[in-house]
Each structure stands twice: as C-alpha cells, then as structure tokens.
Design a protein around this ligand. Structure first.
Ligand code: PLP
Length: 459
C-alpha cells in the first residue's frame, strides 16, 4: 500500500479538495494522486522529477506533445489582441472565421458550416440537437431516435453519455436517456461467430442494424453516431467492408450518419480523418482533442448543406437557432487551433504518421503478438491496443478480480510509462503524433519490461 500523504503536501491537499474525473474515489483517498509538473516532447515529468513516456498523449489528445512555443505564442498574441468575443446574434471575429473556413476546406466530404464548442461531449450533444431541430424543421417530428453502438465512447454530458455504450457511464447515473438505441459492437476478435469472416461479420452487423431500424420504425430513427475506430471502448477497428454496408442501410431509411472524429481526426489513423481510412461519408462530423493539440479546449461540429438548410429554415421560423455556448469559437483556443492545423501542414503530420505508424504497429506486433499474456494486438496508424488474455488460444478474458490491466498500468509507471487501461483488460497506445521511431522503440521496450513483470506477478 502507498504510504499516507504527508500533512499539507500537494498529495494531501489533492485528496482533501479535488474530486477526480474517472477515479475510484475511495481508492484515491488511500493511494493519492500522481502529480505531473512539466512536459517535453512525448514525455511528462512528475513532482519527484521522474520521467515518463506518455503512451496515450494524455487523453488521446496532445498530438504535438507537451511543449510547443508556436502554440504558446498564438495564444498570447490573441489574448493581447482580443481575449474574448463571441458568435451570438451574428457577431464574429477573425479566429472564428478562419478556423471555420479551414475545417470546412479540410473536411473528408463536402461540408457546409462549422460550429464550435469546448469539448467532444458538447460537440456530440450539439450534433444531436441539430438533428432534432433539423427533423422538426423539415416536418418530421417523429424522426428522433439516435443509434449508437455497444462500447462506443461519445462523452459524458447527458446525451453524449447516453450514446456512450459502456456500463460505467450509465450505472447509477440513470442513463441512457430515452430514444437512444445501441446496436452491436463491430469487434471481430470478440464478437464474430466461430469461423465467421470479417466480410460475413460486417454483413451480419448491417442486417442487425436494419432489423433494429425496422423494429423501431424507420420514420422514428433520425441518425447513427460512430467513431471510425472506437477509441475508449478498446481501440476497436471495424471488420472489412463494415461502413459501406452500414451506410447502405442508413441511406435506405434516410438516417443521418455522424462521424465522431474526436480521437481519429487530424492524422491519428494515417489520413487526415478516420472517415477517410474507414470509408465513412458522414452528414455531420464532430472533432476536438488534436484540433488544438489540446493546448486549449475547443471542439467542432461540421454539418453538410442538407442539415444546415434544415437548421436555417427552422431558425427563420423561431427567430433564432437557440443553441450555442458562451465560449463557442472563443478566439484564444480558436487561434491555437488555427496554428495547430498550420503546424500539421508544415511538418507534414500525415507523412510522419504514415512513416512512424507502421513502425509502431510492427514493433508492437513483433514484440507482443506471441506473448502468452496477449490475446490481440490491433490498430492502424498511430493508434493501437494490446488486449490481455488469460488463455490465448481460447481468448479467455482475465478474471476481473486479478485486475491484470490495472496492475500493468502500475508496472508501466515503475518502468517510465504512462499507460491507459481500457475496458476488457486492454492497454491503449495513442502517443503524441510527433513521436519518432526511436521513441516508439523505447516505449515498446519499457512496455515489454512491465509485461514481463506482470507475468511474474500473475504466476
Ligand atoms: N468522442 C470520443 C470519440 C472521445 O474519445 C471522447 C473523449 O475521449 C469524447 C467524444 C468526449 O470528449 P470530451 O472528453 O472532450 O468531452
């Protein structure tokens, strides 16, 4: 057990005053926090000066690592020039205009307008409200249900947490709200039938989706949300042919598709958007995280012309489109996001991910695919996961009481790695996109030591 925090130490004050997100509060009161004080490149340093490689870029988000003077300069310059303005009632400002233009120009499919919020959750809630508003405006008030998927992660606000398909986001919260449906998770390793090919699995999932829409009544189903690669649910890549088959069903019943690009956007999968890697043609796209390299909070919602026209018509009848946050398109995060997108272009982030990503995927597979504790190594570009398994051949998960992944996270810390555990005893790899091959090798070597130490503990 961790020794008790010294009185008045930062750890003791943390325990006394901070309510931590995504934390077992009782365990935290016993064990205390891991306090970070600074960052450099792909590394962070704690308050005792210990160095760690950040294998998941904080929360899948610090795409340019943990220091960048250009982003600091972009923020300070904008703070000096115009520290706040908003976009309500036709007011505007340069960063709002330029970032909207940049995002619409970079969209994976023709998009019409960009809207801003502060987090991925708010972006997804905003998208739901846009869809409801749109359907009301065009005279389809019944068409409101939203389909998501088991193991999806779309955020924690009331509607986005309802879209999320993970038990911890619903239990004790009285969620999901009404009108949110969850269809099957497209993870072949876990959910395909014995001997079922990826194509057959994809066909079955599309059939299940169609059955769900028909059972609910197509005139009541408005949209489906999907991450191109499911992130927090386990880094789950869909089977080959999945999105084209799913989209054929959605088109047939006039159901909109929202691509949640909060993790996949801005190069993570080797293309600018995960939608390009996975063949997704969304009507609405949400993004956040790497949009500003997470130096400041900002998220975006892109809508196509069809959806925009509905919102436009509706707002004319009401007299306003009654949605928007005080900080929608805040000039300082918007200026940082503009600079971030310029940096991605200048350093050719896609070229970098296309070079380092395959190296990372190969290094993880070479080192761990045959490891007795590893069931599956999966991923593409610079996103991956290693799923632990008690019996490799039978794909048996570990007894949850063994806390295999939680132990591995702790052993990672002892070996200079910040690791992130995902449901199903998986460990995510989603490092800063700027990570170089040598740093990948260092990360993989440290992970190997942690995994070997876990083998000893579980023996
Ligand atoms: N969507 C996806 C795919 C995410 O991974 C996340 C967060 O991890 C969110 C939405 C929610 O974003 P936020 O935590 O900024 O609200």
């Amino acid at each position: 057990m961790t020794p008790p925090a010294a009185p008045n130490s930062a750890a003791a004050r943390d325990i006394a005053y901070a309510l931590h997100p995504y934390t077992d509060q009782k365990a935290h009161a016993e064990n205390g926090p891991l306090i970070m004080t600074r960052g450099k490149g792909v590394r962070v340093f704690d308050d005792s000066g210990r160095e760690y490689i950040e294998t998941v870029a904080g929360l899948w988000c610090a795409a340019l690592g943990f220091d960048n003077e250009r982003l600091v300069a972009a923020a300070t310059e904008q703070m000096r020039k115009l520290p706040f303005y908003h976009g309500f009632t036709s007011r505007s400002h340069e960063p709002l205009i330029e970032l909207s233009e940049m995002l619409v120009q970079r969209a994976p499919v023709p998009m019409s307008k960009a809207f801003f919020a502060n987090s991925g959750s708010e972006a997804n809630d905003s998208a739901i409200k846009m869809i409801w508003y749109y359907n009301n405006a065009i005279g389809r008030p019944q068409k409101k249900k939203i389909i998501s998927r088991m193991k999806a992660y779309h955020g924690v606000t009331l509607a986005s947490a309802s879209l999320t398909g993970l038990p911890a986001n619903h239990k004790l919260f009285d969620l999901p709200i009404a009108g949110i449906l969850h269809t099957a998770c497209p993870h072949h390793y876990r959910f395909a039938h014995e001997g079922e090919s990826e194509e057959d699995f994809a066909t079955r999932l599309a059939t299940e989706l169609e059955t769900l829409i028909l059972a609910e009544g197509p005139d009541t189903v408005a949209a489906m949300f999907a991450e191109p690669i499911m992130g927090a649910g386990g880094v789950l890549l869909p089977p080959r042919g999945y999105f084209p088959k799913i989209q054929a069903v959605l088109k047939k019943y006039d159901v909109l598709l929202v691509a949640d690009e909060v993790i996949c956007g801005f190069g993570r999968t080797g293309n600018y958007w995960g939608s390009q890697t996975l063949d997704v043609q969304p009507d609405i796209l949400t993004c956040a995280k790497a949009l500003s390299a997470s130096f400041l909070p900002i998220s975006g919602v892109l809508v196509n012309e069809k959806v925009f026209q509905g919102i436009s018509e509706g707002s004319a009848t009401v007299g306003t489109w009654g949605h928007g946050f005080t900080y929608s398109g805040h000039p300082v995060p918007a200026a940082v996001a503009i600079e971030t997108l310029k940096i991605y272009d200048e350093i050719d982030i896609l070229g970098h991910v296309r070079r380092v990503g395959p190296h990372m995927q190969k290094a993880l597979r070479d080192a761990f695919a045959d490891h007795p504790l590893v069931g599956e190594v999966r991923g593409t570009g610079m996103i991956a996961a290693i799923e632990l398994s008690a019996d490799k051949a039978k794909k048996t998960p570990f007894d949850p009481a063994k806390k295999a992944a939680a132990r591995l996270v702790k052993l990672g810390e002892e070996n200079g790695l910040i690791l992130r555990m995902l449901p199903g005893d998986a460990i995510a790899f989603s490092p800063p996109l700027i990570m170089e091959e040598g740093e990948v090798d260092d990360m993989v070597a440290r992970f190997g030591k942690a995994l070997d130490a876990l083998s000893v503990q579980l023996r």
